[in-house]
Design a protein around this ligand. Structure first.
Ligand code: NI
Ligand code: MN
Length: 228
């Protein structure tokens, strides 16, 4: 099953696979890098990695408008469910099969408070397996951790990694992550949204190529990576 992954800036992504549109961490309103507005975003499913505002983003409004199913951890699913959203609760290490493929919540070393201060549970990443077995790892917000090796053992087609530093891995640790993940392709995210996480993605891409770790793809917000 082919897939197309679009980067909307920051950690906001759109995945099309299995005839479904999956939005990940839909932060459009207030995102200086976003190329589309929240009310233009299409979704059948919405994945929320953790409770921080730059990831929960417009999930609630987009869910109401589109009737998409929100997939997140039990705490965030419960919080959104009490606000009237349709959700599917999972937790770290657990997989669920959806019509477009499988979603497993992976560990992430990060916080997860919700905007009103509620406990958001553990921050997560996502391992998505398409219907024909392509594996896409979306690390979202995390520091480097050694169990990325276990995720890499799955045999990854694509890894999407933060390189912004300050709140997540920086470029140096993202290269170390790739040594464990060994994906065929890598896309950097969560950088240069604001000055405090400014990075040169081409410098990161050169590091990836020099070490022969993966094929790097530096996208501009709004651009897509497609696997035919
Ligand atoms: Ni965060
Ligand atoms: Mn973030």
């Amino acid at each position: 099953m082919p897939f197309t992954l679009t980067w909307y800036g920051h950690a906001t992504l759109g995945l099309e696979t299995g005839g479904k549109r999956i939005l990940i961490d839909p932060y459009f309103t207030g995102n200086p890098a976003a190329t589309v507005a929240a009310d233009e975003a299409a979704a059948d499913y919405i994945l929320v990695s953790h409770g921080h505002g730059d990831h929960l983003g417009d999930a609630e409004a987009i869910q109401r408008r589109t009737a998409a199913l929100i997939i997140s951890n039990a705490e965030i699913s419960g919080w959104l469910g009490r606000r009237g959203c349709q959700t599917s609760a999972q937790h770290i290490g657990g997989s669920v099969n959806y019509p477009f493929g499988q979603v497993k919540l992976t560990p992430a070393v990060h916080g997860s408070a919700l905007p009103d201060g509620s406990y958001g549970g553990l921050a997560a990443g996502f391992l998505i397996t398409t219907l024909d077995g392509e594996k896409i790892y979306l690390a979202q917000d995390t520091g480097l951790f050694g169990d990325m090796r276990l995720i890499g053992e799955e045999g990854l087609t694509l890894a999407v990694l933060p390189i912004g530093d300050k709140y997540t891995m920086g470029p140096h640790d993202a290269l170390r992550a790739l040594e464990m993940l060994r994906p065929r392709h890598v896309i950097p995210i969560h950088y240069s949204t604001w000055d405090m996480i400014r990075q040169d993605p081409l410098d990161f891409a050169r590091g990836v190529e020099e070490r022969g770790l993966a094929r790097p793809h530096v996208l501009k917000p709004g651009e897509s990576f497609s696997l035919p």
